[in-house]
Design a protein around this ligand. Structure first.
Ligand SMILES: [Zn+2]
Length: 256
């Protein structure tokens, strides 16, 4: 810490930064890639836990993924800062030390490194097309749909295929996916069998737990917790307590 941040880390910066952090903190950090993007960029994951070279049975696995929409860049940068924070405060801040000792934490700052490189700072309307991957796929609409069974050509979405393999291997107990835009904590499910466009509460079996987690997250955020309109694209949008069921907000189907 103690450094000045005045720009986003591009792919080269991020790669160098993560390699150096993993080298400096080998007892709590391990860098790996779960696959490659269309253009061959690594999908970096920093694993942060005590003795990260070993299996840690009984330690719950948690993951954060950022930047699946390549132009939603804050989600990527804050995850780099989170990695730096956890690594630099370990052994000094009891809460961080306890988290890293008791949890198997995985952080992927960018699921769409190609889209990020295409994005232009200040282009708030996405005209340069950084949202999608390099095969014009929206990665947030390319996972298999739980209700319809429609799929995307796997050759167009290596990033999604890599993340599916990773999820199946690790069996995460909890995950968060960070986006840009509206400030809200959205919890499962994101769609329903009928694909109502809006206003249909699609409840999962863990609904009360997800609601609780979303509330805890939102209440820590001075803007999110107000639930007041905060996105220029949706000036009328409000959220009770800064949270929403994903499908109730709007239905995000899988491949269309
Ligand atoms: Zn997004």
């Amino acid at each position: 810490m103690g450094e000045t941040y005045d720009k986003y880390y591009n792919y080269v910066d991020l790669t160098e930064r993560f390699r150096s952090l993993a080298q400096r903190h080998p007892h709590i950090a391990n860098l790996s890639s779960v696959g490659r993007s269309v253009e061959g960029r690594e999908l970096w994951v920093m694993r942060i836990t005590l003795d990260p070279e070993k299996d840690s049975p009984g330690r719950p696995r948690f993951k954060y993924v950022g930047n699946m929409h390549g132009d939603e860049t804050v989600s990527r940068q804050v995850l780099v800062y989170l990695v730096e924070y956890l690594l630099s405060r370990y052994g000094e801040e009891p809460r961080v030390t306890e988290l890293v000792n008791s949890t198997d934490i995985y952080i992927m700052p960018s699921m769409n490194p190609d889209g990020f490189e295409r994005s232009k700072e200040g282009d708030c309307t996405g005209v340069t097309g950084g949202r999608d991957n390099s095969k014009f796929s929206d990665l947030n609409r390319s996972f298999p749909d739980q209700f319809d069974g429609t799929t995307v050509d796997p050759g167009h979405i290596p990033e999604v295929m890599a993340v599916i393999r990773w999820i199946q291997e690790k069996n995460f107990v909890l995950s968060g996916n960070l986006h840009g835009g509206t400030v809200v904590a959205s919890y499962p499910f994101d769609d329903s069998a009928t694909h109502h466009l809006q206003g249909f509460y699609s409840q999962s079996d863990d609904d009360s737990l997800f609601r609780h987690l979303a509330l805890v997250y939102a209440q820590k955020h001075p803007v999110m917790k107000t639930g007041q309109p905060n996105c220029p694209d949706s000036p009328e949008e409000t959220f009770s307590n800064g949270i929403t069921n994903g499908a109730h907000w709007y239905d995000v189907a899988g491949p269309l």
